[in-house]
Ligand binder design. Structure first.
Ligand SMILES: [Zn+2]
Length: 312
């Protein structure tokens, strides 16, 4: 990938917050991360584009970035550079990249948040090692995943919605369906289920895990139920893609072997003749999204250079 001829401006737009940072130099060292509540407006994303332009002026007051990398959640058509649908942001067929490029006068690359964070994890984090088929599963408030074959991400719009596949015991999901994996196995679901069964409020899945380690039988059951559901969901991916390495990221991956070890065992029980993939935790942490935004910015820059080259 080419070196950027100046700073790259990076945005990781989530359902509630925008994270923004500037990356400098050939290694793309990230500057301080700014976090602000996301502006939700019309379906075309005009309000969001205005907000991002404002952040650009704030983060780089006296200089234009060489390129911008923008990650958004939902269904993203990366080739057409549009947000097809993002429920939390109210976007529908929003031409975010072109609108922001017109506003700032620089190339803007657009990518799917989980997909590009997963690419960064493969290139700069936990890595693919010798695996030909890798799945990066992000387990936090929700669950999403990204599949890679020989280093190439399956990037079809809508790919990776692992959290919304049905599992036994799944509950009513905010997506409208019943039975989704993330209703039992996300970090939020683990805390919710423990609270429902005990009436005791907990600070999150981490506390449920700790209570389980101290012998709380409900906490142990809730954690085990989440692990079984994850194994059920992963079983499909492994069967379809021959996954040989699973990288687990997101908040729940903070549990480390407390999550991976029972998950390995649950997969081994289920997979019969299929090999159990190697399970590891992600290493980039909360910066994975912005690292992915940097990759998207560099790719867009490369593309812009190629387009210029073919015109001259
Ligand atoms: Zn769902």
């Amino acid at each position: 990938m080419p070196e950027a001829p100046g700073p790259l401006l990076l945005f990781d737009v989530g359902g509630t917050d925008v994270k923004a940072a500037v990356a400098h130099g050939p290694d793309g060292v990230l500057g301080p991360v700014t976090r602000v509540p996301v502006q939700v407006g019309d379906a075309s994303g005009a309000a969001l584009v205005e907000q991002l332009a404002g952040l650009a002026a704030r983060l780089l007051p006296s200089q234009r970035p060489a390129a911008v990398g923008l990650l958004i959640p939902g269904i993203v058509d990366e080739a057409a550079r549009i947000s097809v649908f993002a429920a939390n942001l109210g976007l529908r067929r929003a031409p975010l990249a072109d609108a922001l490029a017109a506003r700032l006068g620089v190339p803007v690359g657009l990518g799917h948040d989980v997909g590009m964070a997963a690419e960064a994890e493969l290139l700069e984090g936990a890595g693919a090692h010798d695996a030909a088929s890798v799945l990066v599963a992000v387990i936090g408030t929700g669950i999403a995943a990204s599949a890679f074959m020989d280093g190439r991400r399956v990037a079809a719009p809508g790919a990776g919605e692992l959290g919304h596949v049905p599992v036994p015991g799944g509950l009513q999901c905010s997506c409208g369906a019943v039975g989704c994996l993330e209703t039992v196995a996300s970090a939020a679901a683990i805390a919710r289920e423990y609270e429902r069964r005990t009436g005791v409020r907990v600070r999150g899945a981490e506390e449920v895990l700790r209570r389980g380690q101290q012998g709380d039988s409900v906490a142990i059951e809730v954690w085990a139920g989440a692990v079984e559901a994850l194994a059920f969901g992963l079983h499909w991916c492994i069967g379809l893609f021959g996954t040989d390495r699973v990288i687990v990221g997101g908040g729940l991956s903070g549990a480390g072997e407390q999550l991976l070890s029972p998950l390995r065992a649950a997969l081994a029980r289920r997979l019969s003749f299929m090999p159990v993939p190697e399970l590891v935790t992600a290493t980039l942490g909360a910066d994975a999204g912005l690292r992915g935004a940097r990759l998207v910015a560099l790719r867009r820059l490369e593309q812009a250079h190629a387009e210029q080259g073919s015109q001259s």
